[in-house]
Unconditional design. Structure first.
Lengths: 855, 122
């Protein structure tokens, strides 16, 4: 992992400074090493330079190792040459020293998961192995050099060097590395109490160390070596209270005191021969150090586990509090709460920025909805799909984006890397926010300075955070939507000219709009059926000044009870100045607690227009009837002339009979019968004519459609004969009774049949027939169809025949069918045009049968 | 003998009765087709309606003439206009009467028709 970019000059200066420090440290180490030895032997009791170099190598990247080792060479030469050893040996000693440092550092780096930490059993064990193996191996060439060039005994040199170096590495490397890595921070971050405790333990260690190891030589003889064990409690105390740091620093202190005392000829080992005393001291240090460091490692492991557990528990607590905070959150507090929690999460995770991004409706933009950054960085920002398509794709597939990757690289890491580069951060984690199966956005954690890793368990816990935030976002979305539709509804209600009220399920007025209020205040409420809030509306309506108050109240009650889906009524409101009309509609409120909405409108304008239209339609209908009959004058004359001929001839025959001497009474009787029948027949035709020529509709009543067809056929019979068209009828058995206006229905049939007859051109060949059928349909509807074998209607014509002023006839008004359709519709039926299978035209209309459900 | 062809029963009854009382023998038919079916050549005249379903009066006139079965014809019609009257007379009709008509008009026309020399139509 590389550090953030740093100017080359600064980097070089830093390396130079470290190199200088290495040189200085090495020099001090050599001086100490040279002091701590029992001349004239070359190896010292404790040889710190090698351990110092090893510590430097552990703390620095391998590419700097050569620089730092070379920095030590001049110092080595300067410090060691004056001792008086042969120069080649001095150089060789430097080589073996470097070799030992390299070997130790290399081994630790290779086998330890955290080379600069000694806080687990494994890390301590690796350190031990390296601290023993490196001196062991490098002592061979070292001893060879010294025995060859310095003339000392090989085995003696090897043993002394090995022991002194092992002790040095054990005692020096941990405190050096720990001190360099965290010394200052740790000291600054500690409470005064802790510092005082450390000082006390240190003092106790020095006091007991001096008492144990620096006692005057004479006392040792009396108490022997057993006093050494008294140092153990203080070392244990330091280890237990201060972990690896406590163990390593107290060991170093103890070592330095005992070695110094040894060189002064004091302490428990002073009574022994020099060599034995040294070895015993070294062995004591090693046997004290190894278990203490291991104990520190075990304790550190335990503490790490506990901390991890505590962190986890703390995080779980954080999340449960987070979830709790969002459960009963009022909508307006959402923003502050989300931001507060982003801050807590960010601080917990050590993130530089935590943001909630929402996906736009078009799913092409991610915009920052909420954001936290320690310095309060840019709060808003929009990320477009064009910039980072892979990020959008992954989020839409509800996948997590993390960089750096956990194992190897994958699509998520690739997208994350792209994103991280885009945002100029070193690591990023984004979790999709999903609610109701829909991706709403993402929660994104980023770290600028360091490549933070995202362990699986952390990610899983953050998924809970994402779930909580997702549902919060969904709630907010719903809340926003609700507010908006509420605002729209209020605005619409207020702007309506109708007076609108909401009733609860008991029929009491609960909410009204402005128009309603105005009417209540204008004191017109009784006339316009409005009332104050709280009034029982159904009761009010049951005594309202309308034609059928009971029906009105029952209708509203039925809507409230859910028996009807709507109720509408129009009612006149006569007044001195002018008659006005009002319309009321009642629809149920689709909500759990029931209720209904009542809307009343002044429909006078519409009603007048309707009446006007009805009047003009009646006039138009009359006009068409007159014009239809006008066209038929010839055939109508024929129709009347036939019975008239019968009457006249019969009457004159009777005159002749009576003039005879003996009139035949039977014959006379027959003549009179025939005259009566012919008169009836003629008057019937006249009656039909008069009926059709009458202006305006009569009162609606029951009308038999079969009778209507018969009447029309009797009028048009002659017309059919004149045109050479056979007119046939197929009537439903039994009367087809509908409610309506006889004349209007006659006009419809007359118009359709007359049209059918007119389609046949004079003298054209082919079948010339018109068929009129009546039938019942679905038990509640009467159907009348008129089919002809004429040229028929083109597809274009079929669509237009009912349009006013559309005609195919040279002298047609183009109003007949349009009026016929409006008459049928006013009877609650449908009039349709079509093409008959024979190629002719086909018209049919329906009218609901009387007695059926009528609306 | 007078043959009477009219699709209207009232007309057939009244006209038939009047002619019988005036001393003519009358055979009445409801349609031209029926008359053509039953008619055997012989003396007399034909009173025919013009507008009838199926074969109308002019058709009947054309068919009789084409078959060489000449018979003097008096047309009676519910509505008459000049072109129709012209066509009837040009086709050789004896008279063209518009319903309703007086008995004198009818009997005069029949009398003239019966008096027509047969060979005029042969």
């Amino acid at each position: 992992v590389t550090g953030p970019a740093e100017p080359a000059v600064l980097r070089a200066l830093r390396v130079a400074a470290v190199a200088l420090a290495v040189a200085a440290g090495y020099y001090v180490g050599v001086r100490i090493g040279l002091v701590l030895r029992l001349p004239p032997a070359t190896p010292s009791i404790l040889w710190p330079p090698n351990a110092f170099l090893a510590a430097v190598l552990l703390l620095s990247p391998p590419r700097r190792w050569a620089i730092y080792l070379l920095a030590a060479l001049p110092v080595h030469l300067a410090a060691v040459l004056p001792v008086g050893w042969p120069a080649p040996m001095v150089v060789l000693l430097f080589v073996t020293n470097c070799g030992e440092a390299l070997l130790a550092a290399g081994l630790i780096r290779t086998f330890s998961d955290a080379p600069t930490r000694f806080d687990t059993v494994r890390r301590v064990s690796v350190f031990f192995a390296a601290a023993v193996a490196a001196p062991f191996l490098t002592s061979f060439p070292d001893a060879a050099a010294v025995s060859w060039l310095g003339g000392e005994t090989f085995s003696e040199v090897w043993r002394t060097r090995f022991m002194s170096n092992v002790v040095a590495e054990l005692l020096l490397i941990p405190p050096l590395v720990i001190g360099a890595r965290e010394g200052w921070h740790r000291l600054r971050g500690s409470s005064p109490r802790r510092i005082a405790e450390a000082a006390l333990v240190g003092l106790a260690m020095v006091a007991i160390g001096l008492w144990v190891f620096a006692a005057p030589a004479g006392t040792q003889a009396r108490i022997g070596g057993s006093r050494v064990t008294l140092i153990l409690p203080v070392l244990l105390l330091a280890t237990v209270r201060f972990g690896t740091a406590g163990a390593s620093f107290s060991l170093l202190g103890t070592g330095l005191i005992s070695l110094w005392a040894g060189t002064q000829g004091r302490g428990p080992f002073s009574g022994m021969p020099a060599d034995d005393g040294v070895v015993t001291m070294q062995l004591v240090l090693v046997t004290l150090g190894a278990p203490l460091l291991l104990l520190a490692g075990a304790l550190g492991e335990r503490r790490a586990t506990r901390e991890q557990l505590e962190e986890r528990l703390g995080f779980e607590e954080l999340i449960s509090r987070l979830a709790g905070a969002f459960v009963h959150l009022p909508g307006q507090a959402l923003r502050e709460t989300v931001e507060e929690w982003l801050q807590r999460l960010g601080e917990w995770l050590g993130a530089d920025r935590v943001s909630v991004l929402t996906l736009s409706a078009t799913r092409s933009e991610l915009s920052t909805a909420y954001c936290w950054a320690p310095g309060g960085g840019p709060a808003s920002g929009v990320l477009s799909r064009r910039d980072l398509p892979s990020v959008f794709d992954l989020l839409r597939r509800e996948e997590v984006i993390r960089f750096p990757a956990r194992h190897g690289s994958d699509a998520s890491a690739a997208a994350g890397e792209e994103w991280a580069r885009y945002r100029q951060v070193r690591s990023i984690l984004a979790l999709p926010l999903v609610a109701g199966g829909r991706v709403l956005g993402a929660v994104c954690f980023s770290v600028e300075a360091a490549a933070r890793h995202w362990p699986e368990d952390l990610e899983r816990r953050l998924e809970l955070v994402a779930a909580v935030l997702g549902s919060a976002l969904a709630r907010q979305e719903a809340e926003d939507g609700r507010k908006e539709s509420e605002a729209i509804k209020t605005a619409i209600l207020a702007s309506l000219p109708s007076w609108v009220a909401v009733l609860d399920r008991d029929g009491r007025v609960t909410t009204v709009n402005e128009s309603w209020n105005r009417i209540v205040n204008e004191n017109e409420k009784s006339a316009k059926l409005t009332a104050e809030i709280g009034v029982d509306y159904v009761e009010l309506c049951s005594s309202a000044p309308v034609a059928e108050p009971a029906a009105l109240a029952a209708g509203i009650a039925a809507v409230l009870a859910g028996e009807r889906t709507s109720f509408a009524m129009e009612y006149p409101h006569p007044s001195r100045e002018d008659d006005r009309w009002f319309g009321m509609t009642v629809v149920p409120l689709r909500r759990a607690e029931g209720g209904a909405v009542v809307a009343c409108t002044d429909i006078t304008g519409r009603k007048r227009a309707e009446l006007e239209a009805l009047r003009s339609r009646d006039e138009m209908a009359h006009l068409t009837r007159v014009s239809t009959l006008g066209v038929m004058t010839v055939s109508l004359a024929h129709e009347v002339n036939q019975p008239l001929t019968g009457i006249l001839t019969n009457a004159q025959a009777a005159q002749r009979l009576l003039a005879a001497a003996k009139p035949d009474d039977a014959e006379l009787d027959q003549i009179l019968r025939q005259i009566v029948s012919d008169v009836k027949r003629a008057s019937e035709v006249i009656r039909h004519l008069r009926e059709l020529l009458r202006k305006g509709g009569g009162e609606p009543g029951p009308v038999d459609l079969n009778q209507v067809v018969d009447d029309v056929v009797s009028l048009l019979h002659s017309d059919a004969v004149i045109r050479g068209v056979s007119l046939s009828v197929d009537l439903a058995s039994g009367p087809l009774e509908v409610m309506g206006d006889r004349v209007q229905l006659q006009q419809v049939v007359l118009n359709l049949v007359a049209n059918a007859l007119e389609t046949f051109a004079e003298g054209a060949g082919g079948e010339r027939s018109v068929m009129i059928r009546t039938a019942t349909e679905a038990g509640d509807t009467a159907r009348v169809s008129i089919e002809d074998t004429g040229p028929g209607l083109s597809a274009a014509t079929v669509d237009r025949v009912f349009e006013p002023f559309f005609t195919t006839k040279p002298k047609g008004l183009g109003m007949g069918l349009s009026i016929a359709r409006s008459l049928v519709v006013s009877h609650g039926g449908i009039l349709e045009a079509g093409r008959h299978s024979s190629g002719g035209a086909s018209f049919q209309f329906t009218v609901p049968l009387a007695g059926g459900e009528r609306s | 003998l007078v043959y009477l062809v009219d699709d209207d029963a009232s007309v057939r009854a009244g006209v038939g009765r009047l002619l019988r009382l005036a001393g003519y023998r009358v055979e009445a038919f409801g349609s031209a087709a029926e008359f053509l079916h039953r008619y055997r050549d012989g003396a007399g005249c034909l009173i025919a309606d013009i507008r009838m379903p199926g074969i109308d009066g002019f058709d009947l006139q054309d068919r009789l003439r084409a078959a060489g079965r000449g018979l003097p014809i008096v047309f009676i019609t519910g509505h008459g206009d000049i072109p129709m009257a012209v066509r009837a007379i040009q086709g050789g009709a004896v008279d063209f009467l518009t319903k309703p008509f007086d008995q004198e008009t009818l009997l005069a026309a029949v009398e003239r028709a019966v008096a027509m020399p047969r060979d005029l139509y042969s």
